[in-house]
Design a protein around this ligand. Structure first.
Ligand code: ADP
Length: 274
């Protein structure tokens, strides 16, 4: 499913004395099957953009195209359920949204709410628990008896159980230890590669963006100021610095570095290792 933001503006509490303009004329096109990163400092508008991807927020100007749906400013929208199923959002600290008695019930909750049979929902849960790297035995446990990292995986399985076409990840590794962070990011990358799942990663980590994304969009003060492949973006170091962004450590994008070494970054050292 292709996603397009066309001249999107968004103001919180529009028309009130508390009005706060968060987005100005944002244009962004995400082609189906792409791994897109959205990066920017706190307050740059990333979360506000993210909530347009499944119409949790609707633009106050411009339009958002979600597959065949066009969400236009000022127009009432009916039946957004389909959009919500197609675009799964893993919010920050998604484990805070776990609530069922058992892990199994928690993962089954979303699909069953969308009319999937209990049998099918359970089948999905059993497949997904393995995919997110947990043993089957956790399915019968209370989510609240698990570790933080395990709870995060259960919450992710719950989003995947909806079988979305697009998955949006909002700082999905916040608060995890470095190993857990890497495992989760690698899992999403494998999903993207193996199933062609369109993936949108919202992050402040240049390293993750460089390591995983095909395309990076940079948000700054409510605008999408730069976008392109990691190679293209990192070839203009001065431009990035203009937005207080640093080029990531070389080790973070080793797999993409071959074509850059010696051409674009002669000043970078290859000895920097983690
Ligand atoms: P980011 O995700 O990049 O940190 P946000 O999208 O959260 O940025 O915020 C963009 C701007 O909108 C910021 O100035 C922020 O203070 C403001 N903002 C975010 N949420 C709200 C809200 N619910 N009400 C009013 N202003 C908000």
């Amino acid at each position: 499913m292709d996603i397009k933001l066309q001249q999107v503006a968004y103001a919180y509490a529009q028309g009130t004395p508390f009005e706060k303009r968060a987005l100005f004329d944002v244009n962004l096109a995400i082609t189906s099957g792409t791994y897109q990163a959205i990066i920017g400092h706190t307050g740059s508008g990333k979360s506000t953009v993210l909530q347009h991807f499944n119409a949790l927020l609707r633009p106050t100007a411009g339009q958002v195209v979600l597959g065949s749906r066009v969400i236009e400013a000022g127009k009432k929208q009916k039946n957004l359920k389909e959009v919500r199923q197609k675009v799964g959002i893993v919010f920050q600290f998604p484990e805070h949204q776990l609530f069922e008695e058992t892990v199994l019930k928690d993962i089954m909750f979303g699909p069953m709410n969308f009319g999937v049979s209990a049998e099918q929902a359970e089948k999905r849960a059993r497949e997904l628990i393995t995919l997110v790297g947990l043993p089957d035995s956790v399915l019968e446990k209370s989510p609240f008896d698990l570790s933080g990292g395990q709870m995060r995986r259960v919450a992710i399985a719950g989003v995947l159980a909806m079988q979305p076409d697009v998955i949006v990840l909002d700082e999905p590794t916040a608060g995890l230890d470095p190993r857990g962070q890497r495992e989760i990011m690698d899992m999403f990358y494998a999903l993207h590669k193996e199933r062609g799942l369109t993936t949108i990663l919202v992050t402040h980590s240049m390293e993750d963006a460089a390591r995983y994304a095909d395309e990076i969009a940079i948000m700054h003060e409510g605008r999408c100021v730069l976008s392109g492949t990691p190679t293209a973006l990192f070839s203009d170091v001065e431009r990035l610095r203009q937005y207080r962004l640093e080029v990531p450590r070389l080790v973070a994008f080793q797999h993409k570095i071959e074509q850059l070494i010696g051409q674009k970054f002669p000043e970078l050292s290859l000895t920097e290792e983690q």
